[in-house]
Design a protein around this ligand. Structure first.
Ligand SMILES: C[S@@+](CC[C@H](N)C(=O)[O-])C[C@H]1O[C@@H](n2cnc3c(N)ncnc32)[C@H](O)[C@@H]1O
Length: 153
């Protein structure tokens, strides 16, 4: 028995909610199509994959699927959303982020700024900057970002 989504939470399960895409197909609609039109061993093709509702649904239902898209952003979103990650690689990435953040926050709190932190301590002008960011928050965010970016390989 299928019903189309009545509430946003019904379309945000698995990785469907990772990114909003203007022309996203409703996952329950894709699920309906896969159930009735794709046999278990058939290959599903979405030649305009968009934000990837089809590949994610196919994967959840044990169907093999491939997708294409002319837009690089859509391809990137699709790769991220349909690429299963092992718990170990998620834990490894989380550990790295936490370690870096703790180190940078400690440097900020103890005023042991690196040159990179000092260099980019002045937030640029942009529309509504002061509406969205309190001045000391803008400076801190900028410093953190500059520091992290400067250390990228
Ligand atoms: C409505 S969205 C697709 C939604 C998607 N099938 C889903 O399940 O959510 C349409 C997509 O088609 C892509 N597109 C448009 N023209 C294309 C073309 N000639 N070749 C490949 N992709 C194309 C667009 O970039 C856009 O991401």
């Amino acid at each position: 028995m299928f019903h189309l989504a009545r509430h946003p939470s019904e379309t945000f399960y698995a990785t469907h909610g990772l990114q909003s895409y203007a022309a996203k197909c409703s996952p329950p609609l894709v699920r309906y199509g896969l159930h009735y039109y794709a046999k278990p061993n058939e290959l599903v093709l979405d030649p305009m994959v968009g934000s990837d509702a089809t590949l994610v649904e196919a994967s959840l239902r044990g169907r093999h699927a491939i997708g294409f898209d002319i837009a690089p952003l859509a391809r990137l979103i699709a790769q991220v959303k349909a690429h299963p990650l092992h718990d170990e690689s998620i834990a490894y990435a989380a550990e790295k982020i936490i370690t870096r953040t703790q180190r940078d926050v400690f440097a900020l709190k103890t005023k042991r700024h690196t040159a990179a932190l000092d260099e980019c301590a002045t937030p640029p002008e942009f529309m509504n900057r002061d509406h969205w960011f309190h001045p000391h928050v803008a400076t801190q965010v900028l410093a953190e970002m500059g520091n992290a970016i400067s250390k990228l390989p």
